[in-house]
Design a protein around this ligand. Structure first.
Ligand code: MG
Length: 218
């Protein structure tokens, strides 16, 4: 069995839905001056067409302020009918790291108007995903630490034990109103340290255990 599922083996046609969880790390909620989620996760969607492997493509709207948001990304491995209480991790078959690229100025404008975030979150190339690792190759604690390094400078450090909503809670939440399908991806939220990116920046996403790192130029 191959230890890695590579991005080439799945693409927009095999990713039914990309779910994004917002405001899931307390320090990140503070840095953007947001309110903490009230009882349930903050959810948005990215179109499958926004998917791209780390290190390819160009920014869709040159001249705008894009922010990087480094996140743990999960892949659902089986159908989870709506209303099913899962055991969380049992329905995840692979994971990796991703960048939830965000048009921050557009998002602020939409938030101020009380409008959905789609224009700020779902655009060509906005869902950057590393190659995925099979869950069976991961540590049994099922907590993960990761880093984002931009141009050799540490920008973000994440520890999933700090998530406001943990992975089983996120999955049960999503399955409470929708059937989850094999190939669905979940961006689980970003830790603090988000900031602007520029075309030509070198990004390295690093997972601590199992140790993996992936680099690319945006
Ligand atoms: Mg995010």
């Amino acid at each position: 069995m191959q230890p890695f599922v590579t991005i080439e083996s799945f693409g927009p046609a095999t990713v039914p839905t990309i779910y994004g969880i917002g405001r899931n790390y307390p320090e990140h909620v503070k840095e953007l001056g947001n309110k903490a989620p009230d009882g349930e996760p903050v959810l948005f969607l990215k179109a499958p067409a926004s998917l791209r492997p780390l290190g390819s493509g160009t920014l869709a709207f040159p001249g705008e302020t894009f922010h990087h948001e480094a996140e743990l990304v999960l892949r659902i491995g089986q159908t989870v009918p709506v209303g099913t209480k899962t055991e969380g991790w049992t329905v995840v078959d692979a994971l990796g790291l991703g960048l939830d690229l965000t048009r921050r100025e557009k998002q602020s404008e939409l938030k101020a108007k009380g409008l959905p975030w789609a224009l700020a979150k779902s655009f060509a190339g906005s869902a950057v995903v590393s190659p995925l690792i099979r869950l069976t190759d991961c540590n049994e604690r099922q907590t993960f630490r990761f880093k984002l390094i931009v141009n050799d400078q540490l920008r973000q450090s994440g520890d999933t034990s700090q998530m406001i909503f943990d992975v089983p809670t996120i999955i049960d939440f999503l399955a409470s109103f929708n059937t989850l399908l094999p190939g669905d991806l979940i961006f689980t939220g970003t830790p603090s340290g988000v900031g602007p990116i520029s075309s030509g920046d070198k990004f390295t996403l690093e997972l601590e255990d199992p140790h993996r790192h992936w680099s690319g130029i945006l």
